[in-house]
Write a protein that binds this ligand. Structure first.
Ligand code: HEC
Length: 109
């Protein structure tokens, strides 16, 4: 019983460290993302709020989710003909910077 407790106590900081490390690995730069988002604003809006019902608003969405979607459009895992030309040449860093920028914006009221 005491051993089990000791193992559990040891596991918590290890798990916390893993969560922190995986989160930090995907961290993008908001400032770089803002500069790279100029081309996206045409559809997703200058502040990430879209005015077209078929173009999603990105403002305030989860950063990890946004980065995953951008990479999936780029890699053709998620297919959308209007989106792909704008993301096809992005690097992982670009995707993470764009995600950090859009996640930092205030969502739709
Ligand atoms: C020509 C218009 C257009 C441009 C420019 C554009 N997008 Fe999109 N984007 C779309 C459309 C349309 C969708 C919805 C696709 C679907 O229905 O699956 C979308 C979806 C997305 C999504 C997924 C949102 C979600 O909730 O799942 C992300 C993230 C995204 N775009 C990021 C970007 C980024 C970053 C750029 C610039 C590099 C960009 N888009 C440029 C039209 C555009």
């Amino acid at each position: 019983m005491r051993l089990r407790l000791a193992l559990l106590t040891a596991a918590i900081p290890v798990a916390a460290l893993l969560i922190y490390a995986t989160g930090a690995a995907g961290a993008g730069s908001k400032a770089d993302g803002e500069a790279k988002a100029a081309v996206c604003a045409a559809c997703h809006g200058p502040k990430g709020i879209s005015v077209n019902p078929l173009w999603p608003s990105l403002a305030g969405q989860q950063e990890a989710y946004l980065a995953k979607q951008i990479k999936e459009f780029r890699d053709g895992v998620r297919v959308e003909a209007t989106m792909q030309p704008f993301v096809v040449n992005l690097t992982d860093q670009d995707a993470e910077d764009l995600a950090a920028y859009y996640a930092s914006l205030s969502p739709c009221p």
